[in-house]
Write a protein of this length. Structure first.
Length: 251
């Protein structure tokens, strides 16, 4: 009997303990924190700095021929039979030292020859030609005097900057080979000279002087009205005044 009572008492104590445990409040679970994004992923890449826009090159407007050259001096004379001669020299209307030097040279060489003449004038011809090809202005001045001698000056400029081009730089600027141009000039010069003076006696020395490589290289190249490469070349011959200038193709 005592054993039964002891067992009942132990059960009662166990039930009481279980009831007490159920009555004790349990702490609430901590709220789950949202996952933080990885630093590397969360860090946004800095916005790319836009490259400065490339400014388009300023387009240079090329004017007309008469905006780059005009008559510096002009005179005319009408003969008794009605024929009229006109004498004129140019002024190059470009800024810069090259154009100024050219204008001074033209005036010094030909300025005094432009005046009213009579039938006994020592100047039979004095005039100029000017051509504009793209940005290249070519100006050629030629005069012929008593005894048949003729003289000339030749210039080519880039009108966008006023710079004068020599024969080599003109060829380079217009995609031509300078040495090829010299070879062609020599070929054409030889043919033209022999056509004019092949039968002239005692002319071998003057022919050699004309065809000498130094004379060929001294020729001033320019572009004519069709854009063809030409050269003003000195001719020498044992006749008349002995010296002329001619324009010969260099291509």
């Amino acid at each position: 009997m005592k054993r039964i009572l002891a067992l009942l008492f132990a059960c009662a104590i166990a039930v009481t303990a279980l009831s007490a445990c159920s009555l004790i409040p349990r702490p609430a679970p901590k709220p789950t924190q949202p996952a933080q994004p990885a630093t590397a992923a969360a860090t946004e890449a800095p916005a790319a700095t836009a490259a400065p826009a490339t400014q388009a090159p300023t387009e240079v407007t090329v004017g007309t021929l008469d905006s780059y050259v005009k008559d510096a001096k002009k005179a005319s004379f009408t003969f008794s039979e009605g024929n009229t001669k006109v004498y004129r020299i140019p002024e190059i209307l470009l800024s810069g030292d090259d154009a100024a030097a050219a204008n001074n040279e033209i005036m010094e060489r030909f300025g005094d020859d432009v005046r009213e003449y009579d039938e006994y004038s020592p100047v039979s011809e004095l005039d100029y030609e000017a051509y504009l090809n793209d940005v290249y202005l070519s100006v050629i001045v030629k005069g012929r005097f008593d005894g048949g001698n003729s003289y000339g000056l030749c210039y080519t400029f880039n009108v966008t900057n006023g710079n004068e081009l020599n024969s080599s730089t003109l060829c380079s600027a217009t995609n031509r080979d300078y040495n090829t141009a010299l070879d062609k000039l020599t070929e054409n010069l030889t043919a033209d000279y022999d056509e004019k003076f092949a039968t002239l006696p005692g002319n071998d020395g003057e022919r050699s002087k004309t065809l000498d490589s130094a004379n060929v290289k001294a020729a001033k190249m320019y572009l004519d009205g069709s854009g063809k490469l030409m050269a003003m070349v000195d001719y020498y011959a044992a006749v008349g005044g002995g010296h002329w200038v001619y324009s010969i193709a260099a291509e």
